[in-house]
Ligand binder design. Sequence first.
Ligand code: ASP
Length: 350
Amino acid sequence: MADFSRRRFLQSAAAAGAFAAPAAARFAAGAHRRRSPVAIASANGLQAVELAVRRMTEGWRPVDAAVAGVELVENDPDDDSVGLGGLPNEEGVVELDACVMDGPSGLGGAVAALQNVKNPAQVALKVMRHTDHVLLVGEGALRFARAYGFPEENLLTERSRRAWLEWRERRSARDKWIAPDENGEHGKEWFQQFKGKTGTIHLGAVAANGDVGSCTTTSGLAFKIPGRVGDSPLLGAGNYCDNDVGTGGSTGRGEACILASGGAFVVQQMELGKSPTDACLEACRRVVRLTKVKRLLDAKGRPDFQVQFYAASRDGRTGAAGLYAGKYAVCDEQGARHVDLAALYDEAPR
Ligand code: ASP
C-alpha cells in the first residue's frame, strides 16, 4: 500500500473506530449516569410517564413499563387520538397502529390498521414475544390478537362517532349530506377541534441500569383513507431504540416522519454525540429540508404541519423538539411534569 493510501486507510479506520465503539463506551462511562428510571412522552402522557417510572422502579423491563404507561391513554375514551375513542377513518371505522421495541434484546413488534382491539401496544408486545415477525397488519393482526385472547369491542364512542358524522356532513357543500348549521342546529365551533386532527402517544423508557424500551400507539390521522398507516407502528419512524444509545420517537404528521426515518435518525444523532434535544432539533431540520412540495408549505415557505420528536439517552437525559411550539411530558426523580418543546419556529404556520 502506498504511503498516501495507507495513511488514508489508517485515518478512516480510526474514524470508523470512533463511530463503532462509541455508544456503549461513551454512555456507560458517561458523566450523566443516572440512578433512577426516566420516561419521556408526548404531552398526553403525563400519567403514563409517571406509571412507567413506577413500574421500572419495581423492576419491570422498560418496554413493559412503556406499554403499561401508554395503556392508560389507550383506555381513556376522552383521548380521541389513541385506542378507545380514537377518531375513525373516513368510513367511521377505528383503525389502530402501535409498535414496541426492547433495547436489551434488540427486538421489536408492531401492528397496523388493527380494528376492534383497544390496546394495540399490548398486541405489538405479543408479536415481538411470540413470533419471528415484526409487523402484522389488518385482518391478520386482528386474528392474531383474537388468538391471544384480546377482547373485541366497538372502539367508537358517542363523541368520536358524532365527530365522524359531522366531518362527513361538512366535507362538501355539493354532496347530499347536510351539516348541522344548515339545519339551524349548531355552528362549526364544536367540530373545529377535530379538523386535521392528529395525536398519538410515544413513550421512551430508561431503567436505572441504562436499559431502554419504547412504544408508540395511535388511532392515526383522523378520517384517514382506510388502510392508511402512519409512522407510529413503523420501527425506525415513529419509534426506535438502541440499548447502547437510547430511544427516539415522534408524533404529528406521520407521513413527514416516515419520509425522514425520524425515530432511527434521532437515535443515530445521539450516537454521533448530540444531546437528546439537539438530536430532535436535527430531526426537525431534516423534515424541513425534505418537505419540498408547495401544498405542504405555508405562506412563509415553512411546513404547514406540526411534527414532534422525543429522545432519551441511556444515561437518563431527555429532550424533545417540534417544528412549532408545544409541550411534552417527562418523569424522573423530580416527578412527572410538562416541559416546553424546543421549537424550530417561533410562530405557528400561516
Ligand atoms: N403520527 C400519527 C400518525 O401520523 C399521528 C399523530 O401523532 O398525530 O398516524
